[in-house]
Ligand binder design. Structure first.
Ligand SMILES: [Zn+2]
Length: 337
């Protein structure tokens, strides 16, 4: 099914999304690496000394560590673990505004051994890799150089870069929140809630904001408007969150338990497209895109997947079979006719 997501748009950008949005995470290293890679490639660089990549990598981990845990509570961290070093060096690094020598050395040692080996792996596909490679580690162990590929530059220099940055940050926030004691458990078991006033995803335990709805789901619809299928560029386009089955249909559904205010039915769109659509029923194209978007979210680990799973289960589906979103969406549409 991740193959399906790639086939919809077989580009380096989709490979990037497979790596960032759909990988399993027991730590957040992949997000820090992704951020550092995008930054370097956006400057048009073709290669970069590992040391220069390790700097932003280590700093963003240190900054995130101050806000939330960066490893699942189930994963054990030892004294030589990179996160342990990051924790110890955090205060001094933040004071300096750059990583301490000890932190930098630990990052340079652990990156090629761990996260840089895993970044291209496709979760749950028996060692399979995403279709594009974004870098190669070259050089000797004394002086490692990271060669950035044409594919990475294509991703980093595309008009969708702001979207990719925002969705990476959202995924990072969602994952680290799921690592937090107490909240994590509720997120993994009950999924997320949506605050319609602020259009933010919240955890059900504390009702605290985790990320924006748009940033959390836009990558799964390839950064495109659910209504016209053209790219949605933050900072350029005005973005609205569309109720694909309009809110006004609620009264037609009274007596049923279909919740139109939940993630499954909410999708970013251009504000003008959203205004034009108003209360009309969604077109076949919109419903197809919604079904594909939801199927793609089902390939991403908890808690967004969990949220959609619970919706499916409430309507009598297994919550695990590929294609169930097509069936549920058809069912909702038939109830409205
Ligand atoms: Zn549009």
């Amino acid at each position: 099914m991740t193959a399906e997501f790639f086939r919809e748009e077989p580009t380096a950008r989709s490979s990037w999304r497979l790596a960032v949005l759909m990988g399993a995470n027991s730590r957040t290293y992949k997000f820090a690496l992704g951020e550092a890679l995008l930054g370097a490639a956006a400057e048009g660089r073709t290669d970069i000394p590992l040391r220069d990549l390790a700097r932003p990598y280590a700093m963003s981990l240190v900054e995130h560590l101050a806000q939330a845990p960066q490893a699942s509570s189930r994963s054990v961290t030892g004294g030589t673990d990179f996160l342990t070093v990051a924790q110890e060096e955090a205060a001094e690094s933040v004071r300096l505004g750059s990583p301490t020598e000890k932190l930098l050395a630990a990052a340079m040692k652990s990156m090629p051994e761990m996260v840089m080996q895993k970044f291209h792996n496709l979760r749950g596909h028996g060692g399979a890799e995403i279709p594009h490679r974004f870098y190669e580690v070259t050089g000797s162990s004394r002086e490692r150089v990271v060669k950035l590929t044409e594919h990475l530059r294509e991703v980093a220099l595309s008009e969708q870069r702001p979207t990719l940055q925002a969705e990476l940050a959202a995924r990072w926030s969602i994952v680290e929140t799921s690592f937090a004691a107490g909240v994590g458990r509720s997120l993994v078991e009950e999924g997320v809630a949506v605050d319609l006033e602020t259009l933010r995803i919240t955890d059900k335990e504390r009702r605290r904001s985790v990320s924006g709805v748009t940033e959390a789901v836009i990558g799964f619809q390839h950064g495109r408007c659910i209504i016209c299928a053209q790219p949605l560029i933050p900072g350029v386009d005005e973005i609205a969150v569309d109720h694909v089955f309009p809110y006004s249909f609620k009264r037609l559904l009274s007596g049923t338990d279909v919740d139109l205010d939940a993630i499954w039915n909410l999708a970013p769109a251009h504000r003008p497209c959203n205004g034009q659509k108003s209360n009309q029923s969604p077109s076949q194209g919109q419903l197809t895109r919604l079904a594909m978007r939801n199927e793609a979210i089902m390939q991403s680990p908890h808690p967004l997947k969990r949220t959609l799973q619970l919706t499916l289960k409430r309507h009598g589906y297994s919550g695990g079979r590929v294609g169930e979103w097509w069936d549920l969406i058809k069912e909702v549409r038939s109830r409205l006719q």
